[in-house]
Design a binder for this molecule. Structure first.
Ligand code: PGA
Length: 249
């Protein structure tokens, strides 16, 4: 059985006080689905969030990390630092990191390796831009993002990898891929994995959809057979909306 996951990416939102209140609100919500719930607050609030959710069914995860184990990388955070405060999972390759911080497939491949060396789990994000889709190149783009960052791995590594397909044109825009577009791409991603690692590995990897998932469209998207959950930005900043999405699985 593949893991069903709904992860909230809070991005660069909320200081300590707002983080505290959102977590209090999240803890009041009732989960009526079997989805695993994850939240990714900003680095400065990770420890607090980890402590505050300790006896709760919410995993606190990080939004990014550096590929080096340690050293002279001013302003960066390592896998070991995350592990030292109990963080087990990290989001890598978000399109905002690729676009604004020049994260390349090559750098992401290194981050994936570092994550594995530190026994971490990773949500690896990728997706095409609007121009790619308009030109009908979405599958080629996604295939190369996956191959460049992941295809050097052994099959076993995929136990630690969750994929997140996030078409860039749907992130924060209010425009979502239709459930059919999401399913079509997720099936293609699974086929791409199967071509290298075989059907069993391909069937075991969870593939999340991200991009303007809201309470009113989550159910339809999640009903598709190859969609195993979501990576949620804007709608994860309100406890009620986020849990409506969690419960839509
Ligand atoms: P959004 O963001 O839900 O606000 O579109 C999704 C994401 O960036 O992961």
């Amino acid at each position: 059985m593949r893991r069903k996951i709904v992860a909230g990416n809070w991005k660069m939102n909320y200081g300590l006080i707002q983080t505290e209140s959102l977590i209090v609100e999240l803890k009041k919500q009732t989960k009526s689905s079997d989805a695993e719930v994850m939240i990714a607050p900003t680095f400065t609030n990770l420890w607090h969030a980890f402590e505050a959710t300790r006896r709760h069914d919410i995993e606190v995860i990080a939004q990014n990390m550096h590929f080096a184990q340690q050293g002279a990388y001013t302003g960066e955070i390592s896998a070991g630092m995350l592990k030292s405060i109990g963080i087990q999972t990290v989001i890598l390759g978000h399109s905002e990191r690729r676009a604004y911080f020049n994260e390349t497939d090559e750098a992401l491949a290194k981050k994936i390796n570092t994550g594995l060396e530190n026994d971490m789990d990773m949500i690896f994000c990728f997706g095409e831009e609007l121009a790619d889709r308009k030109a009908g190149n979405q599958e080629a783009v996604v295939e190369s993002q996956i191959k460049n960052a992941l295809f050097h791995l052994e099959a076993d590594a995929f136990k630690h990898i969750i994929l997140a397909y996030e078409p860039v044109w749907a992130i924060g825009t209010g425009e979502t891929a239709t459930p059919e577009q999401a399913q079509e791409m997720h099936a293609f991603i699974r086929k791409t994995l199967a071509s290298k690692y075989g059907q069993k590995v391909a069937e075991s990897v969870s593939i999340l959809y991200g991009g303007s998932v809201k309470p009113n469209n989550a159910k339809e998207i999640f009903s598709k057979p190859d969609v195993d959950g979501g990576l949620i930005g804007g709608a994860s900043l309100k406890a009620e909306d986020f849990f409506a999405i969690v419960n839509a699985i």
